[in-house]
Design a protein around this ligand. Structure first.
Ligand code: TYM
Length: 345
């Protein structure tokens, strides 16, 4: 008799889910760390991509601004190749199943787990008492986004890894507590590409972020060619030339960040990029980098602006996506309610 294998194959159909907040402009960090990897996954997986407008509400949002940002992010995703006929693109609030499942997960996740979340600590800052409770339980809603569809794979940037580990813990605890083995899949993060953590152009030790007060710290997907060139020209550097190998990045976070961005934009590894530009002065390299960034981003920005000329069409796409998403999550939510002992039709 052969011994049973330790890892039984997952009974869940491979399915991709990822989300993005409609707060401010999308950055090169969002693009290289996440969005760029989303379209290629459509070839091998059924994909669900979500503009997470309810997550955005964990800090105050001006209603008109939120509505506009939701459409802008949707346009950016379509411009980056999301196929809204074959796959699903919608905004989170169109499917209330996420919020319902998040409530159940509020009752599964432990305070200690959430207390360890570094993103909460960063976002709440020194005045934790004044942060919304939504910001604290944010990772539970994120787990619900994914598990409402029993998604198995989640493409994100490095900064979301801890949240996905928490989502895994929630799935495992739910399955154990209610003795429903394999009810929720144990999700796998997909952290892909060279630039999984793009840093600020003003400080190579800080993440590039749409919420940074300085617009010079980031490249936005809506920036013009001139703006991109100006921001790269002014990006912080150090007095040395570029190193010729990766070891030379020690203590030089800005050099490492700019070369990593260049490698990602030109579809090569950092090592091969260094064999091309290693030893150059920053001035010359910045010109090459600016040209690469403009060449890469300009077609996306142009397409995004074209799509935004017809906002009603974007709203139709999101509503259709919402209906299809709801059709997938409704039977799963019904099973969840039955498992928990809630009486429903
Ligand atoms: P958000 O909106 O902050 O960012 C969206 C995606 O962009 C990635 N990202 C970066 N990658 C590399 N370098 C950077 N500087 C950078 N900045 C952002 C993020 O890792 C992310 O993949 N909580 C999520 C949204 C979310 C979600 C989900 C994601 C809600 N529900 C379910 C996956 C699955 C967030 O705030 O991402």
């Amino acid at each position: 008799m052969t011994a049973p294998s330790k890892t039984t194959p997952s009974p869940h159909k491979p399915r991709v889910f990822s989300g993005i907040q409609p707060t401010g402009n999308l950055t090169l960090g969002n693009y290289l760390g996440a969005i760029r990897n989303w379209a290629p996954l459509q070839k091998d997986y059924e994909c669900i991509y979500c503009v997470v407008d309810q997550h955005a509400l964990t800090v105050f949002q001006d209603p008109a601004g939120l509505r506009e940002a939701t459409r802008q992010v949707a346009a950016a995703l379509i411009a980056c190749g999301i196929d809204t006929d074959k796959h699903i693109l919608f905004n989170q609030s169109q499917n209330p199943d996420h919020a319902e499942l998040a409530w159940y997960f509020n009752c599964v996740a432990r305070m200690g787990w959430l207390n360890r979340m570094t993103q909460f600590k960063e976002k709440a800052g020194s005045n934790k008492e004044n942060a919304s409770t939504g910001l604290f339980v944010y990772p539970n809603l994120m787990a619900a986004d994914i598990l409402a569809y029993r998604a198995t794979h989640v493409p994100v940037g490095e900064d979301q890894k801890q949240h996905l580990e928490l989502a895994r813990d929630i799935a495992i605890k739910f399955n154990n507590d209610w003795s429903v083995a394999d009810f929720f899949p144990v999700i796998e993060p997909l952290i892909l590409g060279e630039a999984t953590r793009v840093m600020s152009l003003r400080d190579g030790t800080k993440k590039m972020s749409k919420s940074d007060p300085s617009d010079m710290s980031r490249i936005n997907l809506t920036d013009t060619a001139d703006e991109i060139a100006k921001k790269i020209k002014k990006a912080k550097t150090d007095p040395e030339n570029l190193p010729t190998d990766k070891k030379g990045f020690a203590g030089r976070p800005e050099a490492e960040n700019l070369v990593t961005i260049y490698a990602a934009l030109t579809h090569q590894t950092v090592e091969t990029a260094l064999s091309e530009i290693g030893g150059s002065q920053f001035g010359a390299f910045k010109q090459i980098l600016a040209d690469a960034a403009v060449a890469h981003l300009e077609p996306i920005t142009t397409e995004m602006n074209r799509l935004l000329e017809d906002r009603a069409e974007i709203d139709r796409i999101l509503a259709k996506g919402g209906e299809r998403a709801k059709a997938l999550s409704a039977p799963i939510l019904k099973e969840v309610r039955d498992t928990l002992g809630l009486v429903s039709a």
